[in-house]
Design a protein around this ligand. Structure first.
Ligand code: ADP
Ligand code: TRP
Length: 352
């Protein structure tokens, strides 16, 4: 097997599905790390509305979720001056690229992908959108010559599919695509929900990042706890209330609570109140930024328009490279004009 080419400049890319409002699991398990990576190199982040169409079937809800996701990401620290933030469906080049990739995608590869496989195993009807979901995701990545794709563990299989397809295409048609690498975001950060299971929309045990403080307080006060007597010392490790507090507390607050657990003689109600306060403090700045953004809707529109323009220029160049390589010529007066700069960047890319 030939050696991988020397690494190209770091280009970080990730997509986030707008299938619900962001909860603490999404933030601490994924979004926070994505945002931190915006300083590591050139960064592209997008709201994966085309992927969300495989689950969200109400247009008004999808529209609102896409808007909220954009506002939330900027409020949480995504810096549109540093990173390119855009909406997936604003870049039609990616769906065209999806087709080119589809022609080199073995059915068996998609049949093994877990989203489709799990649904089928549960006896549910799957549509072709869900089946080919990993091909669209591959196009998302390859269209931007991404080198690093930060994702949660559940998405690593899809990056492997992407590398496979890019490798096959390059093998057939030459050095067209850059092969990305997954960057697994901190596997230890499995955020528990209010019932102690993994926090997830599907378990209805979430604490949402930007929910109304009164609603959030109610949820926190209802977090399940055990019924051991107050006096009894308790081990903070493995206690989900403690784990949630740990996410939002300062190091001093964290240490103080750990001591309290080990000493015993406290009520869980006290801990829950401390959690409500720590959470309010932790997200106060983001909440303020969010409120400012909501008062100025033109600003988020301008951010997404600028992001889409940058993303389209990049995706257009890669699409042209791919079209030319496989024999789909662009002729004057037929179809979209060739994108500027569609030549392969120096140092990028590679064969399988
Ligand atoms: P949900 O389970 O609520 O449907 P998603 O699957 O939409 O959440 O989550 C998107 C990403 O957020 C995942 O790929 C994963 O990286 C991260 N994530 C979600 N829930 C958690 C959690 N409880 N702990 C850590 N990370 C999480
Ligand atoms: N499938 C990803 C998820 O559910 C979202 C996504 C779509 C994505 N396209 C991507 C992530 C490209 C990384 C790269 O979380």
């Amino acid at each position: 097997m030939p050696a991988e080419p020397s690494p190209s400049p770091l280009r970080v890319l990730s997509g986030i599905q707008p299938t619900g409002r962001f909860h603490w699991g999404n933030y601490f398990g994924a979004i926070r790390q994505y945002i931190e990576l915006q300083t590591a190199g050139d960064a592209y982040y997008f709201i994966a509305d085309l992927h969300a169409l495989t689950t969200v079937r109400e247009p008004a809800r999808l529209r609102a979720l896409v808007h909220d996701a954009a506002v939330d990401l900027v409020a949480l620290g995504l810096d549109p001056e540093r990173a390119t933030l855009f909406v997936q469906s604003d870049v039609p080049e990616v769906t065209e690229l999806t087709w080119l990739l589809m022609t080199v995608t073995p059915m068996g590869l998609l049949e093994r992908c877990h989203a489709y496989k799990d649904k089928k195993a549960r006896g549910l009807a799957a549509d072709a959108g869900l089946f080919t979901y990993p091909v669209l995701m591959s196009a998302d990545i390859l269209a931007y010559d991404a080198t690093v794709v930060p994702v949660g563990e559940d998405q690593v299989q899809h990056i492997e599919v992407c590398r496979d397809l890019a490798g096959t295409f390059n093998h057939l048609y030459g050095d067209v695509f850059t092969l990305p690498k997954p960057r697994l975001v901190e596997a230890g950060a499995r955020v528990p929900g209010t019932d102690g299971q993994k926090m997830s929309k599907s378990y209805e045990n979430t604490i949402d990042v930007f929910e109304e403080p009164a609603v959030q307080k109610k949820k926190i006060m209802r977090i399940t706890t055990d019924s051991r007597p107050m006096e009894e010392p308790k081990d903070p490790a493995g206690d989900h209330l403690f784990a949630l507090h740990e996410l939002v507390a300062t190091p001093t607050q964290r240490a103080a609570l750990a001591d309290l657990y080990r000493r015993g003689g406290f009520g869980y109600g006290e801990v829950k109140k401390a959690l409500v306060e720590a959470a309010a403090r932790f997200f106060a700045e983001a909440r303020q930024r969010r409120a400012d953004l909501e008062r100025d809707p033109d600003r988020i529109e301008a951010i997404l328009a600028a992001g889409a323009a940058r993303a389209r220029a990049q995706a257009g160049a890669v699409l042209d490279r791919a079209r030319q390589a496989c024999g789909l010529e662009r002729r004057p007066g037929r179809g979209r004009p060739r994108a500027a700069g569609s030549a392969r960047p120096a140092g990028g890319g590679g064969s399988p």
